[in-house]
Write a protein that binds this ligand. Structure first.
Ligand SMILES: [Fe+2]
Length: 359
């Protein structure tokens, strides 16, 4: 699919932009190509039949949690070239690392591309080109501490990158097909799935979080459903309005010297899970679960506080792909990627977004 393909979705209207700014997320029900969604589901089941054949597509009673033994076996199947196993999982979750493949890129990141440019500014967004002829994904990457952590954990062996964050842009970071291709913007995270009867996250939502660091070039992310996600079936769950509060707090902490990866600190302002601001958000805001038919897309500000919803069904597998749009280094210098001086959360967004009021 080219950047000018006709299969793209429609642009947002001003009410939708206003809602996105105010709430930090927006649900676009059933907007993706149903054929691509069907193909992605078919491929997912082919993958399952190879890696976990006891799970049968036509028999939901077999969609039971992945055992520790199965999980360990799947984890051991890491590709020689590096990267995560193609299929992995544990308990009620499984992941297919197909995010840099053409089907997954065309399905969502490229289909939503015009909206990403509408929101972030034309010509300022990294295009997900996917894999080259030897199945490597190459693209520019801001080498912050959390990016380097992601490289180490998802590639599995050294590929010659710096050991610590340099906080500079590597112009051509090369990653294997099942590696962290979201770091250089070339692929999505693949399929993140939740099996039926998943456990209640509990009243404290301990696994709820805000993704990664405030610094860097992520601004807009999407969750795209390749199958129906009815209510209470594991939909992406957000705390409306939390994006601004987390954004401001994390930049404040960063200015005071705290990095996203400073795990040694006993009290952290910006870890993304237990920050004081997150405690306040949990106590004064009710979470909203984003559900919808196959092809539904949730757009969200990268800092919104969120959690994977509980799947209370007995016959639905929540199937979503996640992608984060990156600003290009040309449009957002290293200096600006590390400094939101002035604190304007919409500084790096389009004029159309900046102009839109929402009071
Ligand atoms: Fe997340």
């Amino acid at each position: 699919m080219s950047r000018n393909s006709k299969t793209h979705v429609e642009l947002l209207n001003s009410d939708q932009i206003a809602k996105f700014k105010r709430d930090g997320y927006l649900v676009l029900p059933g907007i993706l190509d149903p054929d691509l969604c069907r193909q992605a589901r078919d491929e997912m089941w082919e993958t399952i039949s190879k890696h976990l054949p006891r799970m049968k597509r036509d028999d939901p009673s077999t969609w039971t949690p992945i055992t520790e033994e199965e999980s360990a076996r799947l984890k051991a199947a890491r590709p020689d070239a590096g990267g995560d196993p193609y299929f992995s999982g544990g308990a009620h979750r499984f992941v297919v690392r197909n995010g840099a493949e053409e089907l997954l890129l065309n399905l969502a990141p490229r289909a939503i591309w015009p909206v990403a440019e509408q929101l972030l500014g034309a010509g300022t967004v990294v295009w997900p080109a996917g894999l080259d002829e030897i199945e490597m994904a190459t693209g520019e990457s801001f080498m912050s501490d959390d990016a380097v952590n992601g490289l180490v954990s998802h590639v599995g062996h050294d590929m010659g990158w710096p050991e610590k964050g340099t906080f500079e842009t590597e112009p051509a970071l090369r990653l294997p097909k099942t590696g962290p291709v979201w770091i250089n913007g070339q692929g999505s995270r693949g399929l993140y799935c939740t099996l039926p009867n998943s456990p209640d996250p509990g009243p404290d939502y301990n696994s709820a979080h805000s993704d990664g660091a405030c610094y860097g070039r992520y601004r807009l992310q999407i969750a795209a459903y390749i199958d129906d996600v009815p209510q209470n079936c594991g939909g992406f769950t957000v705390w409306p309005g939390s994006h601004t509060r987390v954004w401001e707090e994390q930049w404040e902490a960063f200015k005071e010297g705290e990095k996203h990866t400073d795990k040694h600190l006993s009290v952290r302002k910006a870890g993304g899970y237990t920050d004081p601001v997150i405690g306040r958000i949990k106590s004064d805001t009710a979470p909203v679960e984003c559900h919808g038919p196959a092809g539904t897309v949730v757009l969200w500000h990268t800092k919104i506080f969120h959690v994977v919803g509980q799947n209370t069904s007995s016959d639905v597998i929540r199937q979503a792909t996640i992608y984060g749009y990156l600003k290009t280094a040309e449009s957002l210098s290293d200096e600006m990627a590390m400094d939101n001086a002035g604190g304007d959360i919409w500084r790096d967004w389009s004029h159309e977004v900046q102009r839109q009021s929402y009071h």
